[in-house]
Design a protein around this ligand. Structure first.
Ligand code: SAH
Length: 390
């Protein structure tokens, strides 16, 4: 199955005909600090050293050149960062001591500290990062059979204003840098035993990736590069609320990543309510951009649909959705809502989910329903940050 997962709400894809299992997990013991995760950080507020991960390989090669180091040191350093999971420059044991010291006085390998580390019984782990400027973001490692998927944030907060989502309740603070996006990937990778590799990435954490496309693409290029994390672009999903100009840019981009569009409603009246940014865009323009993306890349699109009890789970909505998506080479991913404290939305009953699913199936729509995961660790992105802020 090619599609990966959204942060937290769920990770299992199920096409079975039975009612869906909505798993509510007991609250796991909390890992209060970076100590527990084995990820002590050299984080110091006010540290002005650049983030190594903001440098491209060429940048670092020039830096090494300027100091008279041979080019092969560049490859060695990146191998330590990407594959050998170095925790510090000092740990890069086959580099000359002087180079390690120079690296350490010039760059930070990590710029975030781990403010919280939560684990669920099934192996899902969530990190709450405190960034150098105090901003907080979340990222998640999901274990499912052989898959090791990570869900990564692109912004501190989010400006899209989806009314059911915890990430955007306080708006957006800023974009994340390429280095901050990469750091999430590398530090999640460090949670895996040595013999395991990351297999999938979804840009479904906090933020709107297409509102920070330069940094997102720059980080994803490293993720897909065999010298980097070596993850196929087919296994890297960019999820968007649907920003047509940025989708067009992505369609022309050399690497065809997997695109997921968060639809959540089959008509503009309802979508304007649930996804306020829609009022300025409209579903038609989004679907036209999606069609152009498919024409340019040949990649099947995914549409996401968070199911909210009594709001977008009706037969009428299902029928409209069928009319909207029929004929498109796409997959509809239906995600039961992951309850956010303080918000007036609820997950539909199993029966309502079952009925909704049947209407779509009868309409001939390609669908995927997911089991929920991660409730116990505030798994919908933005929840943990919010809980800690309160
Ligand atoms: N801004 C991007 C990516 C981040 S959100 C986007 O809109 O796609 C990733 C997905 O999780 C989106 O489909 C979003 O609507 C969904 N989501 C957000 N909060 C959720 C919740 N509480 N329960 C279930 N899904 C949620």
């Amino acid at each position: 199955m090619e599609f990966t997962t959204p942060c937290g709400p769920s990770i299992r894809h199920s096409r079975s005909t039975n009612a869906h299992t909505l798993v509510n997990w007991p609250l796991p013991p909390e890992r209060p600090s970076s100590e527990d995760s084995g990820m002590k950080t050299p984080f110091t507020p006010g540290d002005e050293r650049p983030h190594l991960l903001d440098l491209t390989s060429d940048d670092l090669r020039h830096w090494l050149d300027d100091r008279g180091y041979p080019t092969f040191r560049n490859g060695q350093i990146w191998a330590w960062v990407m594959h050998r999971r170095a925790e510090s420059f000092d740990g890069m044991s086959d580099l000359p001591k002087k180079l390690r010291e120079e690296l350490d006085s010039s760059f930070r390998l990590w710029t975030a500290s781990v403010a919280a580390h939560q684990k669920a019984d099934d192996g899902t782990e969530k990190l709450l990062f405190e960034l150098a400027d105090g901003g907080r973001i979340e990222c998640v490692l999901l274990r499912e059979e052989a898959r090791r998927s990570i869900c990564v944030s692109s912004q501190v907060g989010c400006a899209m204003g989806c009314v059911f989502c915890a990430s955007g309740l306080d708006g957006v603070d800023r974009n994340l840098s390429r280095g901050e996006i990469l750091e999430q990937m590398l530090r999640l990778q460090r949670l895996l035993p040595e013999e395991e590799r990351l297999s999938h990435i979804v840009m479904m954490g906090m933020g709107e990736p297409l509102a920070n496309l330069d940094s997102v693409l720059s980080a994803l290029e490293v993720a897909r590069d065999p010298q980097g994390l070596g993850i196929s672009p087919r296994r890297i999903t960019i999820s968007t609320v649907g920003l047509p100009a940025a989708i067009d840019r992505l369609a022309q981009y050399a690497t065809p990543f997997h695109l997921a569009i968060s639809l959540h409603a089959p008509n503009n009246t309802l979508r304007d309510r649930l996804v306020p940014v829609n009022a300025k865009i409209g579903i038609d323009d989004i679907l036209s951009a999606a069609d152009r993306y498919f024409a340019a890349t040949g990649r099947r699109l995914t549409f996401e649909y968070v199911l909210l009890a009594g709001i977008n789970d009706t037969q009428q909505c299902a029928l409209e959705l069928v009319r909207l998506l029929r004929g498109r080479v796409s997959m509809l991913n239906v995600i039961p809502y992951n309850q956010v404290a303080g918000l007036p939305y609820a997950t539909p009953s199993s029966e309502a989910i079952h009925n909704f699913r049947n209407f779509l199936l009868e309409g001939g729509i390609n669908i995927m329903f997911r089991q929920r995961k991660g409730d116990g660790i505030d798994a919908a992105c933005g929840q943990l940050r919010r809980q800690r802020a309160n």
